[in-house]
Design a protein around this ligand. Structure first.
Ligand SMILES: Nc1nc2c(ncn2[C@@H]2O[C@H](COP(=O)(O)OP(=O)(O)O)[C@@H](O)[C@H]2O)c(=O)[nH]1
Ligand SMILES: [Mg+2]
Length: 330
């Protein structure tokens, strides 16, 4: 067990993170993963010390989801190359339930293969999928915040086969779904409303030929009319991660969605909302629905959390203590 004195100083750590110090980012992610009370307190201080401007207004938080083997990691590596060419720094959270360690290592290898060397401006962390937060680990949100404080582009790679529960779109500005050629499942999931409509849809492996084009037109057809996306026209593209075609266009579409969010004034409120949802979800896990009702009910709680604009652990701990105190009194 790590000695307590070895825990980092949160304010100094926050400072280093905002200077894109990669080892500081790594330390911060470890701290967020540490369940001991002292570590939790420091993690709360760390999150409070990160510049709000960066957490809620800058950068781009992207979710890349799709079935296993669709080419998410390969596309991530290809996108990283485009972003690096555009002078952007990149942080990646890879959530791979099948092999959390080798998944990240594999992605690292692929990035080195593509860029020729290990690039100091790209940071990768793979996460075990603990299944608690609808398939995503509960730490994904605070970890995303730390990454946003350090990097321009933050990409979360998760396996998703369609179910809304394991939906990274609850946490990211832009969700990109990677489909396999000839994968009827994705089309069916979209049509049946089982799958949340992503902001960007890409059929990878276009190098295999007709199957990719056919899947693309099926997906396009099942996207009509655009649904919950408030006027955003979902681009549906093809790409080949291995050949390298369509990657610039994909990067452009992802960026266009962010531009659209900013124009509509949705970026910062969206992130506030993810945070509020994250807090409510954690409280519900610990205290059940009754706990949420005690705090005024889900929708009241949601709007008050969004409005309060305070750091996540601070908000969470305050509500938790309120519930514990209430039950202690009763
Ligand atoms: N032909 C072809 N194969 C690809 C392409 N992208 C990825 N693959 C292959 O598909 C397999 C799964 O890729 P990976 O990126 O690990 O998929 P993930 O599970 O979605 O992350 C690997 O063998 C890749 O080499 C592509 O554009 N074309
Ligand atoms: Mg992968």
């Amino acid at each position: 067990m790590q000695a307590l004195h070895a825990l980092p100083d949160p304010e100094a750590l926050a400072e280093s993170i905002s200077h894109q110090d990669r080892s500081a980012v790594a330390k911060a992610l470890n701290l967020l993963d540490d369940k001991r009370p002292e570590a939790r307190q420091r993690a709360a201080r760390l999150l409070a010390a990160l510049p709000k401007q960066r957490l809620y207004r800058s950068g781009h938080l992207i979710g890349l989801t799709g079935p296993p083997g669709a080419g998410k990691s390969s596309l991530t590596a290809a996108l990283v190359r485009v972003w690096r060419k555009r002078g952007l720094t990149v942080g990646i959270l890879a959530v791979d339930p099948s092999s959390p360690i080798s998944g990240g290592a594999l992605l690292g290898d692929r990035l080195r293969m593509l860029s020729g060397s290990s690039d100091a401006s790209v940071f990768i962390r793979s996460l075990a999928c603990r299944g608690e937060f609808g398939g995503l680990s509960a730490e994904v949100w605070p970890m995303s915040l730390v990454m946003l404080a350090a990097f321009d582009m933050v990409l979360v790679e998760t396996v998703g086969v369609g179910q809304k529960e394991i939906d990274v779109s609850k946490l990211t500005d832009t969700t990109c779904f990677v489909a396999q050629p000839a994968s009827g499942d994705s089309v069916q999931f979209l049509k049946a409303g089982i799958m949340e409509v992503p902001h960007v849809l890409v059929v990878n492996k276009s190098d295999v030929g007709n199957a990719a084009r056919k899947t693309l037109s099926e997906l396009r057809a099942s996207l009509q009319p655009p649904s919950h996306t408030e006027g955003w026209q979902v681009p549906a593209l093809t790409a080949s991660a291995t050949v390298g075609t369509g990657i610039e266009a994909l990067a452009d579409s992802i960026e266009a969605h962010r531009t659209w969010l900013v124009e509509k004034g949705l970026l910062a409120p969206g992130r506030r909302r993810f945070q509020a949802e994250w807090i409510i979800k954690r409280l519900a896990e610990e205290f059940g629905r009754f706990g949420i009702e005690t705090l005024g009910g889900r929708s009241t709680l949601l709007s008050s959390l969004v409005e309060a604009q305070r750091p996540p652990f601070e908000q969470y701990d305050a509500l938790r203590h309120r519930l514990l105190a209430r039950w202690h009194d009763d």
